[in-house]
Design a binder for this molecule. Structure first.
Ligand code: 6R9
Length: 649
């Protein structure tokens, strides 16, 4: 089969969603985009209506659409904890809200009533420790139910949570607490990683030492069950709950534009940046997309496998599904522990209806083989989703066939920490799917691909992906126009637009194909290669598990392709594998793209969500000092890679 430059299959027709899916879909009206256009921005009242407002808003969007400031749902007041918990208790108090699957095979079930009680008791505890509306509370916890409970308890008080990925170092935690001047911390004693216990409390204690300001209170959840020494101003989570048993806290009504949380970006292109999301606009956008794109119904069991420390976990493990009153699965473990069919067992055991994951996970599933999903019953699945990176058409097809049984639509959802919620995707009940292409801008969303002068590029021509209209889930810095002036300009061409930093193409039907971060495109002697295209060809070589390519300095061509390859467990990284990789790239892409160097490494440096940190690999290749490494899940691998590169002749 032929592929275009983006690796998309040319002779494969678009795939229509199955009729059985369309018949039950939350959104199936093919006219929905046009209807949103006709009523923009008031069309977003559809999202506002999914929420309970303590005080109704006066205007869907105040301030006009031309330039900041933008204020969504102006005049409205609401509380996110009320929206995600209280209002469901009357209707379905005994329905499961959070289904937890622990690393050691344990499970815990929280009904909406259980969640209501614990959120209230913990909110009362936080209040007694001095937490008030507007305070920043840092949450440094793995995937345990106490994390969403703590998020919702903060939201109940109008406090702003600052979740820091549990795998980050003490230094990364100190940096993120310091910048936010956060005086409250909720953490745990430790947790299991691949069967071994890590000491989280120790990291938290070290972070506190590195801070310039005092921490007023630290709450420690017992995950390992061992006796933990609690120092001054440190409190045990269960002791606090016991002290506040039966307490209720009235949800604090917040203005729609008030901050709900802050989170740091993935840092794939530079130092991680703080992003603040709003209470009303964010929650409305997340709820609407969870309903229209992920097709969530209250009676579903829904599983997004993302870590809560990533924006995807905030929006689609916690806020979106709970706002819609569904059952959300929370999984603490990894996909291959203790066995490579762990994910499929969880889907079978819980009869999961909708599964949302990342291409990096799907690539791993594909490598492990289809026998693992095949030996589990996946017939409960109705819809599949992916997020985080471009998904290669071959990987898409595998997901569609082996996991979805060709019966579940696949939504390839493009968005960012900065956008808060999904921006570009097919609507699974209304749109045809094109493997490898995310799809059209969602109804009411202005996404375009433009050249360096801001002019729309012709179909198929790469350009910059920009958002040229405000959206409800936009972060505070963009809404007020007071932040990010340098790194994220709203640049004026024929209006304001937010430059997302991704390179993309758009086709005749308006389907957007994301090629990768602008910085990740490699220019060799005037020819542009997308990292995805190159990496896909390398991963096709037998024995290769994963690959990352970057542009390194080269004396003759200016820029050259450097490949970092992690071989499969039983395959040696030797000259034979190197020769096969070079041959494959020459054949698939062309001699110009043949890697200047192939470096073997047991792992690639990755973020909490599995994104490859190419900029650090580039620093190593070019013998430059390493940039910010604080957002790495596995920083220890860098030293190993550096030593291999230095040994190269
Ligand atoms: C949600 C999230 C954002 C960057 C984004 C883009 C890449 C995300 C994608 C995708 C192609 C998709 N990205 N979804 N690329 N297709 N469906 O990932 O947020 O961690 O901030 O990353 O991820 O490059 O700009 P974040």
């Amino acid at each position: 089969m032929d592929h275009d430059v983006n690796g998309r299959l040319l002779d494969r027709p678009a795939i229509e969603p199955p009729e059985s899916f369309v018949a039950q879909a939350n959104v199936s009206d093919p006219d929905v985009r046009a209807a949103f256009e006709r009523e923009w921005p008031d069309c977003w009242a559809q999202a506002g209506r999914l929420l309970d407002w303590e005080r109704p808003y006066d205007e869907t969007l105040a301030g006009g659409a031309a330039e900041p400031p933008f204020e969504w749902f102006a005049g409205g007041r609401l509380n996110a904890s009320h929206n995600c918990v209280d209002r469901h208790v009357d209707e379905r108090k005994n329905q499961v809200a959070v289904q937890w699957e622990g690393r050691l095979g344990e499970t815990r079930t929280y009904t909406y009533l259980d969640l209501y009680r614990e959120v209230n008791e913990f909110a009362a505890a936080l209040r007694s420790l001095g937490v008030a509306a507007g305070d920043v509370v840092t949450l440094y916890m793995p995937m345990i139910p106490e994390l969403p409970v703590a998020m919702l308890a903060c939201a109940r008080l109008g406090a702003v949570h600052n979740v820091v990925f549990a795998g980050f170092s003490a230094e990364a935690l100190a940096n993120r607490m310091g910048r936010a001047e956060s005086r409250f911390l909720v953490t745990c004693d430790g947790y299991y990683r691949r069967g071994a216990a890590t000491n989280q409390k120790n990291k938290a204690d070290n972070a506190r030492i590195g801070l310039d300001h005092e921490v007023e209170a630290t709450v420690v959840v017992s995950r390992l069950g061992d006796e933990t020494h609690l120092g001054d101003r440190q409190y045990g989570y269960v002791d606090l709950l016991a002290a506040h048993e039966g307490d209720r806290v009235d949800p604090v009504a917040r203005r729609a534009a008030d901050p709900l949380f802050l989170i740091y970006t993935s840092g794939t292109t530079g130092a991680p940046k703080a992003v603040t999301h709003t209470t009303g606009g964010y929650l409305a956008h997340v709820a609407w997309t969870a309903r229209a794109v992920l097709d969530i119904k209250p009676e579903d069991t829904y599983w997004c496998s993302a870590d809560i420390g990533w924006i995807t976990g905030h929006s689609y493990v916690v806020y979106g599904p709970l706002a819609l009153g569904t059952t959300t699965v929370l999984y603490e473990g990894t996909a291959d522990h203790p066995e490579r069919d762990r994910v499929w067992q969880i889907i079978e055991r819980n009869a999961v209806d909708v599964f949302y994951t990342a291409p990096t996970a799907i690539r791993a599933f594909m490598k492990w083989g289809s026998e693992y999903p095949a030996r589990n019953d996946l017939s409960s699945l109705r819809l599949l989703g992916t997020v985080g990176e471009p998904i290669n058409p071959r990987v898409w097809e595998w997901y569609y066939t082996h996991i979805g049984g060709e019966r579940c639509p696949v939504v390839d959802t493009w968005w960012q920490t900065e956008t808060g919620a999904i921006m570009v995707s097919t609507l699974p009940g209304a749109d045809a799917m094109k493997p490898g292409s995310a799809g059209m801008a969602l109804p009411g969303i202005g996404a375009r691909v433009v050249d360096g002068d801001g002019r729309p590029t012709p179909p198929g021509e790469p350009g910059y992906l920009v958002l040229d209209r405000p959206w409800p889930g936009m972060p505070t810095a963009l809404a007020t126009g007071e932040g990010w002036a340098d790194s994220h300009p709203w640049r004026s061409a024929d209006g304001w637009q937010y430059v997302a930093g991704d390179e993309a193409t758009v086709d005749e039907d308006g389907y957007v194909t994301v090629l990768g971060r602008v910085d990740d495109v490699i220019n060799v002697a005037g020819r542009r290669f997308s990292t995805m295209e190159l990496e896909s060809s390398i991963v096709e070589v037998a024995g290769v598990a994963e690959a990352a390519v970057i542009g390194g300095d080269d004396r003759s061509t200016g820029r050259a392709v450097y490949a970092y390859v992690s071989p499969e467990r039983d395959c040696p990284g030797d000259d034979d594998l190197r020769a096969r990789i070079e041959a494959r790239v020459r054949e698939a892409i062309g001699p110009m793209a043949t890697p200047e160097a192939v470096v073997f490494t047991p792992e690639l440096p990755k973020t909490r969500s599995g994104k490859i940190m190419r900029r650090l690999l580039e620093d190593i290749a070019n013998d430059e000092p390493l940039g910010d490494t604080s957002a790495l899940r596995n920083p220890e691998i860098l030293g190993e890679i550096e030593s291999v590169v230095r040994e190269e002749p």
